[in-house]
Design a protein. Structure first.
Length: 230
């Protein structure tokens, strides 16, 4: 799993006084209910609802503040992509992490374009899911390695699109970090390549994202490629 560190943005900062409020959305009760039960046993997570479709998600979020929705994509009534789009527009403080069996290009791009802050496949383990929920609640983008690799391959094979040039005040190190993001490397591998700590990598990522107005790792990959860095 890859986590992109960005400044926290959501207004529902849980702080130390309460656990993260989470909704689990999946149309299959055999998946939804055990997953909700397992996550609810995590000390800093409170599963406030389990939803069978996107419409139920929107109703549950409207009823009270929710930090993260763990969202399946293929659901009846309202699918996960449309629910994510609606949440992004109507409840921008609620982060969406997709958890699905589908890792095809169209599903990944549709979910990220709709505003999902993370994308995991159902091969993800419990700890990966918990880490993704915590990261998304903190304003970070989360892509598992399989999804990031597919996204990188998709961007590489599509015709280059017009993109804003990189700002001239990027430092040499920030350009190096962006180059390695464009190659699909997670933070740990970037740190090893540049012989710096992961904490320093996170600082460089935060700085270059702010300078270049980059919102998430998917956009960083596209910008690196269109800028000819990789």
């Amino acid at each position: 799993m890859t986590t992109t560190d960005e400044p926290a943005q959501g207004p529902h900062d849980p702080g130390p006084e309460r656990p993260l409020r989470v909704i689990v959305a999946d149309d299959q009760a055999a998946v939804r209910e055990p997953l909700a039960a397992v996550l609810d046993m995590t000390e800093d997570i409170d599963v406030v609802a389990a939803a069978a479709d996107g419409a139920e998600v929107l109703a549950a979020v409207a009823a009270g503040p929710v930090d993260v929705v763990l969202m399946d994509l293929r659901m009846p009534v309202m699918d996960g992509v449309e629910a994510t789009r609606r949440l992004t527009e109507e409840h921008p403080g609620t982060a969406v992490v997709v958890l699905t069996t589908f890792a095809d290009d169209d599903s990944i791009l549709a979910a990220l374009s709709a505003g999902a802050r993370g994308y995991l496949t159902k091969n993800a383990g419990r700890q990966d899911i918990v880490r993704a929920i915590r990261a998304a609640a903190a304003g970070q983008s989360v892509l598992d390695q399989e999804v990031q690799n597919r996204l990188l391959a998709t961007v590489r094979t599509r015709p280059p699109a017009a993109a804003s040039p990189l700002p001239p005040d990027l430092t040499r190190r920030e350009r190096e970090v962006l180059t390695l993001i464009g190659r699909g490397l997670p933070n740990r591998a970037i740190a090893e390549n540049l012989f710096i700590s992961e904490a320093t990598v996170k600082t460089h990522i935060n700085n270059l994202f702010a300078k270049a107005d980059i919102k998430d790792r998917a956009e960083a990959v596209r910008r690196a490629i269109t800028a000819g860095l990789t």
